[in-house]
Structure formats: structure tokens, C-alpha cells
Design a protein. Structure first.
Ligand code: NDP
Length: 485
């Protein structure tokens, strides 16, 4: 079978596809079949040099354009992305294995939202005037320069757009390195941006493993690094960026709590738990994988959950009827199987699924453990797969202490009909992104990001502008200058 997935070349630099076959081969594997569907080459030093020098060279002229002009290009790119949503979604499904049912509504669409939102904002980015008697200060909001974006493999189109859109809106240029597991979609983002009118060198994509990312992060020409990845990688990249005093955004992993109180609407709580554990086969950073259920509602919750899970349609992810696809890779599947074995070994009660499916591709059933305790490995470590841990609790103080007893702080959710408790609990969560009676919504208008070990900085919303620009203060004296001698 042939797939429409082989890109024209491995990299997109200075407005064009670029190939250098001296780079190590990276096979692109379709998670639903295990077949090789494309091949790209890792960036050689020459490719890295070309990308960085192109981004550096393009930056001055890009920043000199008015915000209105830059914004118009981003909004045109958003339109193109929406027009091509079907083809981009099919490609995202080949790249990641996520069902078309998902990719057609959350990947290119969310990328387009970011391009439209920050495109609309580009013309509004201003400094302020601060009057000081007759003197005054004005501030200029200026770009940082060249930004490096490094992506994880779960949302390749979205990550490339969420980083690119605010960076470009502020007058920066970008070199983006996708995960080597999903190298295809970011190339399309670059292609679309340039088709929409972005000058050559403004948005570049190069392929490679961690070593290519590391070469980018340590280069003197780079002013900012935005990483979406795991906490261990975040530590390394943050340290490397710190050596050059570079700006950073770190969107890292989590082990987020979801709390279901006795008075919750069971159906909505089950929906939230399904969204927060099994969407994208559980490969979502903000997932609420520690589901604390108050004892009075536990049996009703588990019964409805098991009934609803039987409705999951597991199969060909390109079929719009499929609602649950494979894991992204054999490796990730192995990691998930290891955690499931550990859960059983440590005494958690398997109440649903968890078996690898006897077919091609990297399929595993959604998995639910009940009677999980805080000390179990599956309650402490990020699994990044479809494994839900259900933990019991008695009262609010107890559950809040347990929910916050983690090094992570990406997200947290609460299901309750008690209005004041909902807001009290949200205020008490040590997490950057919280939900009341819902889970995992991520609109571009709202800040997204983590606290504690889950990250630094925020993506999306007006808050992202502060992370892709810097303020210059200009003091203006209207009278004479007094000096001591
Ligand atoms: P990794 O941390 O393994 O990799 C992230 C990216 O960093 C990849 O492109 C990787 O390259 C690159 N990289 C690895 N080492 C280095 C290095 N030393 N210097 C520079 N770059 C490097 O994450 P995964 O791709 O496995 O993604 C899963 C993780 O991402 C999970 O922990 C998840 O929670 C997190 N995530 C966080 C999100 C958020 O917004 N907070 C959203 C999505 C995922 P390569 O893989 O090619 O080697």
C-alpha cells in the first residue's frame, strides 16, 4: 500500500524544502499498521547552520513590518489551514495514529485558531506611556529575536502552531524541530505560512533527534527556547538555555488530579474522566490520570465508566467512526504495558481493559484500575497512555492534600454541584490549568501551562505575548540634567 505521506524533502528552510541525505535516516511509522510510510533525514550541521542563519537574517525585516502586516499573513495562513483541514487531518492521523474523528476537529483547527488569534493581536502590541511630572517614560514591546521551538509527538500540528503564531506575531523568527516520531505535520505549517506570505526564513522546520534540539538550544544566535516535552528533557533544555541566559517556555508533563465529589453529575464526571484519560489514547500532557472519587459515588461512577468504555470504537484511525486509535509507537506501547504490569503487581484492581490487541499496529485497550493508593507507581509517574487510576477519598481536606502531593502541577479538575466548593477547590489546586465540571478544554483565548515541575511560562492567550517579547523602557527628560559635579 502507498501512502500520501512522503514530504517533498526533510526540512523547510528559507522558504523552501531542503534535503541533505547525509543526515541519518528517520523512518516514519504508521502507528495503525507498523508500516513505514515515509522517510526523512536528520539535520546535518550544514542544515542546522542554514536554518539558524536564515532565521537570523530574516528577523530584522520581519520585525520592521507593521503588526497589521504580520498579522494579515498569520490570518491568511489560518484560512489556508482551515481550507485544507481534511488533508491536514489525514496527515496528522498518519503521523500520530490519532483517530480522524479527533484530528479533524482539534489539530489543524486549533493551529488555525492560534494563527488567527495572534494574527489579530499583532497590530495591538504596544508599549505604554508613564508620566513622571514633566519627564516621562515610554516602553516599547520588542521581539526577542530568533526563537527555537521543540515539539513532542502527540500534537505535531498544534504544537508547531501554538509556538509559531505568538512568536511570529511579536516579530520573532522561528526554527522548529518536531519530535522525530512525528516529523510530517510541522512541514505543512511552514509551507502554509510561506504560502500565506511569510518572507523566506521567518519560519523554518528541521528534523532530528535530541542532539539536533540540543545544537539549536546552545547556539548563540538563539534568544528563546520553547519546549513541549517531558520533565527530564525539560530539565536538560532549561539548563542548556540558562547557560546562554535565554528566555524559555517549558510545557512539560503531568500527573494531574481529577476530583469527583459525591454530589457530582455522574454522567458528566464519567465524560470528563474519559476525555481526560482516553482522548488521543491517553497521550495528552494535561490528562487527569489520578481520578479521586468520593466513596459515596464510587460504585455508580465505576459502573457507568465500564458501560461507556464498551462503546469505544477501536480500529482504523482513518475511519471517521473510530474513536480510539493506537499508541504512537511500539516503544510507547511497551512503556504503557510496563506500567499496567506494575499496577497489577502493586495490588491495584484492574476493572477494565489493558490488553494489547492481537492485530497489526500499536493498539492497547483503554485501561482502568480501581483501589489505587497514593504510593503506587501508577499513581505517581506520568504514563502517557490510556491508563486511568481511580483512588477513593472521604473528605475535601484529605483529597486536596493528596491531589497536591506531587512534583507536577500541570492541570487539575473538579466535578461537583456545590458552587462554592468548586471555586474553593480550584483555588486550592497547585496547578496551572484547572477545570470545573469539565476536563481538557484548551481554547486559544485561555492561558495554558504548568506550575511546579510541569513548566515555566504560558502558551496561548494574551499571556503568551509576554513570553515572546521584551519591554524596553525609554526615559525622556524634558529639562536640564543635574549632575553632582
Ligand atoms: P521528550 O521530552 O522525550 O521530547 C520532547 C522533544 O525534545 C522532542 O522533540 C525531543 O527530540 C527533544 N529533545 C530530547 N532531548 C533533547 C535535548 N537534550 N535537547 C533538546 N531537545 C531534546 O517528550 P516526548 O516527545 O516523549 O513527549 C511526551 C512528553 O511531552 C510527556 O511528558 C508529555 O507530558 C509532554 N507534553 C507536554 C505538553 C504540555 O503542553 N505541557 C503537551 C504535550 C506533551 P526527539 O524525541 O526527536 O529525540
Amino acid at each position: 500500500m502507498t501512502y500520501p505521506t512522503q514530504p517533498k524533502a526533510s526540512h523547510f528552510i528559507n522558504g523552501k524544502y531542503v534535503e541533505d541525505t547525509d543526515g541519518a535516516v528517520i523512518d516514519v511509522i504508521y502507528p495503525a499498521s507498523g508500516e513505514k510510510i515515509a522517510q526523512v533525514h536528520s539535520a546535518t550541521p550544514a542544515v542546522i547552520e542554514f536554518a539558524l542563519s536564515s532565521a537570523r537574517q530574516a528577523q530584522g525585516a520581519w520585525a520592521a513590518m507593521t503588526g497589521t502586516e504580520r498579522g494579515r499573513i498569520l490570518r491568511r495562513a489560518a484560512d489556508i489551514m482551515r481550507e485544507r483541514n481534511h488533508d491536514l487531518s489525514v496527515l496528522e492521523t498518519y503521523d500520530t495514529g490519532k483517530p480522524y474523528q479527533e484530528t479533524s476537529v482539534v489539530d489543524a483547527t486549533s493551529g488555525a485558531d492560534a494563527l488567527e488569534y495572534f494574527g489579530g493581536m499583532a497590530a495591538t502590541l504596544t508599549g505604554e506611556h508613564i508620566q513622571l511630572g514633566e519627564d516621562w517614560v515610554y516602553t516599547r514591546r520588542e521581539p526577542l529575536g530568533v526563537c527555537v521551538g521543540i515539539g513532542a509527538w502527540n500534537y505535531p500540528t498544534q504544537i508547531a502552531s501554538w509556538k509559531g503564531a505568538p512568536a511570529l506575531a511579536c516579530g520573532n523568527t522561528m526554527v522548529f524541530k518536531p519530535s522525530e516520531t512525528t516529523p510530517l505535520c510541522a512541514l505543512k505549517v511552514a509551507e502554509i505560512l510561506h504560502e500565506a506570505g511569510a518572507p523566506a526564513g521567518v519560519y523554518n522546520v528541521i528534523q532530528g533527534l535530541g542532539d539536533v534540539g540540543a545544537a539549536l538550544v546552545t547556539d548563540d544566535r538563539v534568544d528563546k527556547v520553547s519546549l513541549t516535552g517531558s520533565v527530564p528533557t525539560g530539565r536538560k533544555v532549561y539548563a542548556a538555555a540558562a547557560a546562554g541566559i535565554k528566555h524559555v517556555t517549558m510545557e512539560l508533563g503531568g500527573k494531574s488530579p481529577m476530583i469527583v465529589f459525591d454530589d457530582a453529575d455522574v454522567e458528566n464526571a464519567v465524560s470528563g474522566a474519559i476525555l481526560g484519560n482516553f482522548y488521543s489514547s491517553g497521550q495528552v500532557c494535561s490528562n487527569g490520570t489520578r481520578v479521586f472519587v468520593q466513596k459515596g459515588i464510587k460504585e455508580a461512577f465505576l459502573t457507568r465508566l465500564a458501560e461507556r468504555l464498551k462503546d469505544a470504537v477501536i480500529g482504523d484511525p482513518q475511519d471517521p467512526a473510530t474513536s480510539f486509535g493506537p499508541m504512537v509507537s511500539e516503544r510507547q506501547l511497551g512503556i504503557v504495558e510496563g506500567y499496567i504490569a506494575k499496577g497489577k503487581e502493586e495490588g491495584a484492581r484492574l476493572v477494565y481493559g489493558g490488553a494489547r490487541l492481537p492485530q497489526d499496529g500499536f493498539y492497547i485497550e483503554p485501561c482502568v484500575f480501581a483501589d489505587v493508593t497514593d504510593d503506587m507507581t501508577i499513581a505517581r509517574e506520568e504514563i502517557f497512555g490510556p491508563v486511568m487510576a481511580v483512588l477513593d477519598f472521604d473528605d475535601e481536606d484529605e483529597v486536596m492534600a493528596r491531589a497536591n502531593a506531587t512534583e507536577f502541577g500541570l492541570a487539575a479538575g473538579v466535578f461537583t454541584r456545590d458552587l462554592t466548593r468548586a471555586h474553593r477547590v480550584a483555588a486550592g489546586f497547585q496547578a496551572g490549568t484547572c477545570y470545573i465540571n469539565t476536563y481538557n478544554d484548551a481554547p486559544v483565548e485561555a492561558p495554558f501551562g504548568g506550575s511546579k515541575q510541569s513548566g515555566v511560562g504560558r502558551e496561548n492567550s494574551k499571556a503568551a505575548i509576554a513570553h515572546y517579547s521584551q519591554l524596553k523602557s525609554v526615559y525622556v527628560r524634558m529639562g536640564d540634567v543635574e549632575a553632582p559635579f
